[in-house]
Ligand binder design. Structure first.
Ligand SMILES: [Zn+2]
Length: 222
């Protein structure tokens, strides 16, 4: 039986992502193949998800946040690939989560004043912005035991806040395509896992979750 991780690696077309995933998924956290398999299977069952997100005994909190951030980034990146052909400047001229929520882009470096961009442009910026940070060894050290920056939690929070918006956009604008491709169970599992993880470590403020409140509340009460 293949693990989700193995499938992810096969599906992934981006060699950087694969390298990072391998690096963070096994080398850095020191998890064995067996442990990874158990973990991957656990993410398939809804009941075990709330347990699966918890910091394992003896694991460093920042290491756990780091490796999961990379996993969640890879997951959302691949999910977005599923809809990227239909998420165009014409279909999605603004980055939104339904008519009530619109997102403007700013990275705080090159683009300081938030700009209105199409959803595909926003998501391209966002993915590059995340990739840049997880590739930066001063933020996400690749060596076991290397120090994390003191504001690491804040950095992770910012990444999660923005990754949530990609989920919200997929649900609101492209759920039909996900259903047509038979990926809805996978999307739901990934999203549920993401939300439970964010809840466990208080990574996303409640008001940010508002567009998906209904589904999130349903997951939380399961
Ligand atoms: Zn779109």
């Amino acid at each position: 039986m293949e693990t989700i991780l193995a499938k992810k690696l096969k599906k992934s077309a981006d060699p950087t992502t694969v390298t990072l995933l391998k690096k963070r998924g096994s080398e850095r956290t020191g998890r064995t193949k067996k442990e990874l398999e158990t973990y991957a299977h656990a993410t398939l069952g809804t009941g075990n998800l709330k347990e699966a997100v918890k910091l394992p005994e003896g694991e460093d909190l920042f290491e756990w946040l780091a490796s999961n951030t990379v996993d969640f980034y890879n997951a959302i990146n691949m999910l977005y690939c599923t809809v990227s052909e239909v998420c165009t400047k014409a279909s999605c001229p603004v980055m939104n989560a339904g008519p009530k929520y619109e997102y403007l882009w700013a990275d705080g470096e090159k683009i300081k004043t938030p700009i209105r961009v199409s959803a595909p442009d926003y998501i391209t910026y966002l993915m590059a912005w995340v990739e840049k940070q997880i590739s930066d060894t001063t933020i996400f050290p690749h060596k076991w035991g290397a120090p994390f920056p003191s504001n690491f939690r804040e950095i992770v929070r910012n990444i999660f806040k923005r990754m949530f918006r990609v989920y919200a956009h997929i649900y609101f604008a492209h759920f039909q395509v996900i259903v047509e491709q038979g990926e809805q169970a996978h999307l739901n599992t990934c999203f549920k896992h993401f939300i439970f993880f964010a809840d466990e470590f208080q990574l996303i403020q409640e008001r940010e979750l508002a567009p998906m409140k209904e589904l999130i509340e349903r997951y939380r009460s399961e």
